[in-house]
Design a protein around this ligand. Structure first.
Ligand SMILES: Cc1ncc(COP(=O)(O)O)c(C=O)c1O
Length: 368
């Protein structure tokens, strides 16, 4: 049977092998492992790409969220608004600084519903974490306005949306920080865990630089607080610097794949495809996440036919008992959780594979 993989890291390696091998050789032959030139180069290039003054390489997207909350001084007694539909790390970062997450439902684009934010604001609310899911940004102009009206900090969890923008303004340039993940299957994926924050605030950049290295100022040796060990490795940074050069072309390819899916599937009434009509919002399709009325029946059919799909998440994170979160009722999150299905979306897919996915989806609905 034909197989279409969700991602194929070995294939990407073969596509840019010479550059990755050269980066590896450079790092290994110099013995530059911790906080060296490759990290600085990647940070400069990332900041330039996003359009912020600073980028600070960290060990993961989770660390980026964690450092951002700490830099904003958020802690015990504070409430932070987070979407009910996101990867759990968005919420865990809040809990782990001893603040209280207050969940807000999402809209049909999978992102936090701006119409529902104000009802969740209390005198203890300090921040909103806006998550840009799948490559498509939350409504930042509206969220920034709400935050301004209530004097709230905004942190952008942009872990799934590097390169996305609204009216040409990039993800990660609206809030106090943009938080990035370079987990292998992200749009800019490394070869292990990795992350970063971007910011225009020099104090936040200095704070994160110190705290990622156990609170130490590397130049003076002074400890500026109890910190963490969450530095982006120099070798990982060297690989990411290579892959960042290929990101703009990769985004173009993703958009072309999305367009093929749109043309092949948009006549099927039981599918809700991720093509939205908000003017100025640019979707970079880290994921091609659709909703299928038939839920598991649909996703299982694709899997049975050799197509790897993701169904994140059939069980919303706030329904996991051990997380101890308040479920205030989130109808859109509940509805999408039953129907969500991400089709293969990556730069290594061939046109033939995309065609096979389209034909298989159509055959599920009895269409040619
Ligand atoms: C929306 C979102 N937030 C946070 C994270 C956490 O990133 P990481 O896995 O690098 O810690 C991820 C990715 O895994 C994510 O998709």
């Amino acid at each position: 049977m034909r197989k279409v993989r969700f991602v194929e890291p070995a294939k990407v390696y073969r596509m840019i092998k010479e550059e990755l091998d050269a980066a590896y050789f450079d790092v290994m032959s110099k013995g530059d492992l911790i906080d060296r030139g490759h990290l600085r180069s990647f940070e400069e290039n990332l900041a330039r790409f996003v359009g912020t003054k600073y980028a600070v390489g960290l060990n993961s997207g989770y660390d980026a969220l964690h450092m951002s909350l700490r830099a904003a001084g958020i802690g015990a007694g504070d409430e932070v608004i987070v979407p009910a539909h996101t990867f759990v790390a968005t919420c865990s970062a809040v809990v782990n600084v001893n603040a209280t997450p207050v969940l807000v439902d999402v809209a049909t684009d999978f992102n936090i519903d701006p119409d529902k934010i104000e009802a969740a604001i209390t005198p203890r609310t300090r921040a909103i974490i806006a998550v840009h899911l799948s490559g498509y940004m939350a409504d930042m102009p509206r969220i920034m306005k709400i935050a301004e009206n209530h004097a709230l900090v905004v942190i952008e969890d942009a872990c799934q949306s590097l390169g996305s923008s609204i009216d040409g303004r990039m993800a990660g340039t609206f809030g106090l920080t943009g938080c990035w993940s370079f987990y292998p299957f992200k749009i800019l994926g490394g070869y292990g865990d990795g992350g970063a924050i971007t910011t225009d605030d020099p104090d936040v950049a200095i704070f994160a630089r110190r705290m990622r290295y156990n609170g130490e100022d590397r130049e003076t040796g002074e400890y500026h607080g109890h910190g963490f060990t969450c530095l982006l490795d120099n070798l990982q940074a060297a690989f990411l610097d290579v892959k960042l050069r290929h990101l703009p072309a990769g985004i173009e390819r993703r958009k072309a794949v999305a367009e093929m899916y749109r043309r092949g599937l948009s006549d099927i009434p039981d599918l809700l495809l991720p093509h939205y009509d908000k003017p100025g919002f640019d979707h970079v399709y880290q994921n091609y996440t659709l909703r299928a009325k038939q839920g598991n029946e649909f996703s299982e059919y694709l899997k049975k036919n050799g197509i790897e799909v993701l169904t994140q998440f059939r069980k919303p994170y706030y329904k996991h008992q051990a997380l101890n979160l308040v479920d205030r009722g989130f109808p859109e999150t509940e509805a999408l959780s039953r129907e969500v299905c991400s089709l293969p979306m990556n730069v290594e897919l061939t046109d033939e594979e995309i065609d096979y996915v389209i034909r298989t989806v159509r055959s599920f609905y009895g269409l040619a």
